[in-house]
Write a protein that binds this ligand. Structure first.
Ligand SMILES: [Zn+2]
Length: 680
């Protein structure tokens, strides 16, 4: 197929066609990917031994880019391949790269291949002649994109040759959280330095671009705060009883309930409790977090959704009641459950934002029977609550609203699998669904049918996500509605984001008006700094890993503080799963339900969930390695580490301060069957 570009696309690919590293900045709907296909085509036609890698940041974008863009235009003349995380092809990445001209994969797959020492898997950056990086504003800090580009920049600083050309694509680089022009300029320059690229946008055809990508009409659908809120008041009353149960110095230190600040405070409080082995504090903090979650949900969706959060928490707990704190907390909920539920069902005090959302939806769907809408909400749970609300709402059903949920793919219970997500998007395109309810990150880059209504509902995001959301309203006469409470934080954030959006474009203007020499000096300086910082950070990280000897580190259950094992019992599998190989460990846990995972793994499969035998805390699951070895795989969040330097809690295993050795199957099995006498 022939590729025809619009005038503004033609303009923004010029730098790339000359072989320069560049970032293309075009709004959502402007046709960035098509422009990239064009660059790839010209590159393949004119470069000897050309090899192109297209990197995406989400698994489902691999197939989308392959099916909709790269394969239709390039598949005839070139060997175009797509590799997603689920395919077993990724294990032969090195060989696949050799046998193709253009490869589309997630950045993580390339990063793994760059790190791999096995010949079949390994690749070098210099194996490629062009790297296309989708949604390249993520190339910063610790992101996978930035790990890959970090290598690139280091090679460049070390004056290595034969580095591939870079082409970044973004709808907005953002301001990086900065609110002044000078800082925003710094941020844009940093992104340019990370991608070793200039940033290009259309100068001569801006009006054409506006025509192609019209901005939707923005409307603020603002509601007053509830005048009376008996349900919320009752939740707060219960929280104050828990506050009274704790030492007063502790409860006084917490900020206002029902806020993100409060959540941060109780998360910290739980950690402090663990360090002091104070169960009263840790358990109260954990439960208060649930109550606070309920308040946050109460603020966004229905009262009954908030009630369900708590009810599920208390029902699903396999935890035993160990001491007075457990009896108090469980008792408090049990005594109030009936009343709380009654209050939750009293329609007089229902969330006014929902009534407004209903009006907004009805208006569009009544006027235009062919309407397509998308609601952005904050959390996965929020999308499910709104979905239930739509389906239970007679008025919305009368205008034939048929909703579907779109959330990110992942492994948790509320995550969608890739096929389900594909089907939802397909149903939406075909019109079987006419309303998508999505988290703001889930839809980034997805090829969704044109919408005439976009609603941001109870949402706090940065300016990039806001712009991307607004870019979804592309149909003629489309509406972009912000449903929020008068004077609330969502509204303030919306206004801030509007300001940041214009700040971003001013910052880009300023960067583009720098002289080439001035720009290059600045970029080189930032790159040299980044390399030095990275080397020093690596050194520190290595030192941290060696801080304690594995036999000095004791694992304690985070729920009841019982000692269960040593750091030296831990082995890692595929660099991410951590198992305890000490047979003694078994007596500390009991097993529960069988775990099912969507993904399959090379060497192992999931077994049953495991819980602390003493307090019932969820610890992780058993895994079956090579079908024979059953090993408990531990979630570090469920434990605290007692070291000579004090007690520590970690979110991820990679943060622990002792060396964890790689799991060795033969070593492990032969230790179980010593008479076998296997040679090393
Ligand atoms: Zn325990």
């Amino acid at each position: 197929m022939e590729i025809t570009l619009r005038s503004y696309q033609e303009e923004v690919v010029q730098a790339a066609l000359k072989g320069e590293n560049s970032i293309i900045w075009l709004p959502t709907g402007g046709g960035k990917t098509r422009a990239a296909v064009y660059v790839a085509k010209k590159h393949l036609e004119t470069t000897r031994n050309a090899k192109v890698a297209v990197l995406v940041n989400k698994v489902h974008l691999v197939d989308q880019h392959f099916n909709n863009e790269f394969n239709p235009y390039l598949g005839k003349a070139y060997r175009v391949k797509a590799i997603s995380g689920d395919s077993s092809d990724k294990d032969l990445f090195g060989r696949l790269v050799k046998d193709s001209d253009l490869i589309i994969c997630t950045a993580q797959i390339l990063e793994n291949a760059l790190n791999s020492s096995e010949e079949e898997k390994h690749v070098e950056l210099t194996d490629f002649s062009l790297l296309i990086i989708d949604e390249c504003h993520h190339t910063q800090k610790e992101s996978v994109y930035n790990k890959i580009m970090g290598r690139y920049v280091e090679k460049k600083v070390r004056k290595e040759r034969k580095l591939p050309q870079v082409l970044g694509l973004t709808a907005s680089p953002g301001t990086g959280g900065n609110k002044t022009l000078a800082k925003a300029v710094e941020h844009v320059l940093q992104i340019c330095a990370n991608l070793d690229s200039v940033i290009v946008s259309t100068k001569n055809y801006a009006s054409k671009l506006k025509e192609v990508v019209p901005r939707p009409r923005k409307q603020y659908d603002i509601v007053e705060k509830r005048a009376l809120d008996p349900f919320g008041d009752h939740l707060k009353l219960m929280m104050s009883l828990i506050h009274e149960f704790m030492p007063s110095t502790v409860s006084r230190s917490l900020r206002e309930v029902g806020t993100q600040d409060y959540e941060a405070d109780v998360v910290e409080l739980e950690k402090t409790g663990v360090k002091e082995e104070n169960r009263l504090i840790t358990q109260c903090a954990l439960h208060l977090r649930q109550y606070n979650d309920a308040l946050l949900i109460h603020d966004t969706v229905r009262m009954v959704d908030a009630f369900n959060v708590l009810d599920e928490f208390y029902n699903s707990r396999s935890n035993k009641l160990l001491d007075g704190t457990d009896f108090f907390l469980q008792g408090l909920f049990d005594e109030n459950r009936v009343e709380l539920k009654q209050l939750a069902l009293d329609a007089r005090y229902e969330n006014p934002k929902l009534a407004q959302l209903q009006r907004t939806l009805l208006k569009e769907f009544k006027e235009n029977k062919m309407s397509r809408g998308i609601i952005f909400s904050k959390t996965r749970r929020g999308t499910h609550c709104l979905y239930d609300w739509v389906n239970a709402n007679h008025e919305l059903q009368k205008v034939k609203i048929s909703a579907g949920i779109l959330t990110g793919t992942g492994t948790g219970v509320n995550h969608m699998n890739q096929n389900k997500q594909k089907n939802t998007i397909k149903d939406f395109r075909l019109g079987h669904l006419n309303l998508l309810i999505s988290t703001s990150v889930a839809e980034e880059g997805l090829d969704i049918a044109e919408c005439n209504l976009v609603v941001r509902y109870g949402l706090l995001t940065n300016e990039i996500a806001q712009q991307q959301a607004s870019g979804r309203a592309r149909a003629l006469n489309s509406v972009y509605s912000v449903v929020a409470e008068k004077g609330g934080r969502e509204l303030r954030r919306e206004f801030t984001n509007e300001y940041l959006e214009s700040l971003t474009s001013n910052a880009i203007d300023q960067v583009q008006s720098m002289s080439p020499r001035e720009f290059r000096i600045k970029i080189t300086e930032l790159q040299q700094m980044a390399v030095l910082i990275r080397i020093e950070a690596e050194r520190k990280k290595d030192a941290r890993k060696q801080r304690y000897s594995p036999d000095q580190v004791h694992l304690q259950c985070r729920g009841c503080f019982v000692f269960v094992g040593l750091g030296e019992d831990i082995r890692k599998i595929e660099n991410s799963h951590h198992v305890n190989i000490n047979p003694e460990f078994q007596r500390h846990y009991r097993t529960g339900k069988q775990v099912f995972l969507e993904k399959t793994f090379e060497d192992w499969e999931p077994g049953q969930v495991i819980n602390c035998r003493k307090c019932g805390k969820d610890w992780g699951m058993e895994i079956k390695f090579k079908k024979v070895a059953i090993l408990p795989c531990l979630n570090i969040k469920s434990f605290s580490l007692d070291t000579p330097g004090g007690k520590f809690t970690h979110k991820q295993w990679k943060d622990v301060e002792f060396q964890v050795t790689e799991f060795d199957f033969i070593d492990y099995m032969s230790s179980r069957f010593p008479d076998l006498d296997l040679d090393d």
